[in-house]
Design a protein around this ligand. Structure first.
Ligand code: ZN
Length: 123
C-alpha cells in the first residue's frame, strides 16, 4: 500500500529527529504532499495513527498540505498545471502526465514528492 510506505518513512524520519533533539512528545507533524503523489489523506492519517502507537509520536496530529503540481513539456515547452483526468468514481480529479497542449508526455517539476514542513513538539 502506497500510503503505508509514505507513513512509515515519515515516522522513521521524525523519530530520528526526536532522538537527535531529545524531544519527549510530538504534538503535530505537518506534511506537504505533492499532488502527483495521489495520496489519500484519510488512508495516510490512518496508517500514521497505527504506526505511531507506543512511540513519542503517539496521539500527535498529522496535518496534510497539498502542493499543486507543475509540469513541463519537453516537446512544446508548455509549463503549468497538469492535465486532469476526470474520473466519476474518485472524489478529486487525478493529475496525468499528458501535455494539455500537444498530448506529449510532460515532466513533473513540482508536486512529485513528500516533505515534512514542521514538527511541533514538547522538549
Ligand atoms: Zn506539449
Amino acid at each position: 500500500m502506497h500510503e503505508l510506505s509514505i507513513a512509515s518513512s515519515l515516522v522513521d524520519s521524525v523519530l530520528e529527529f526526536l532522538d537527535a533533539h531529545k524531544v519527549k512528545k510530538v504534538l503535530t507533524v505537518r506534511l506537504a504532499v505533492g499532488e502527483l503523489n495521489c495520496v489519500e489523506a484519510e488512508q495516510l492519517c490512518f496508517c500514521y495513527t497505527a504506526i505511531t502507537q507506543k512511540t513519542a509520536m503517539e496521539n500527535s496530529t498529522l496535518e496534510i498540505e497539498t502542493v499543486a503540481a507543475v509540469v513541463q513539456c519537453p516537446r512544446c515547452d508548455y509549463r503549468g498545471s497538469p492535465k486532469y483526468w476526470e474520473d466519476a468514481r474518485s472524489a478529486a480529479p487525478i493529475p496525468t502526465l499528458e501535455c494539455p497542449k500537444c498530448q506529449g508526455t510532460v515532466e513533473p517539476i513540482q508536486g512529485n514528492d513528500c516533505a515534512i514542513k514542521t514538527i511541533q513538539f514538547v522538549a
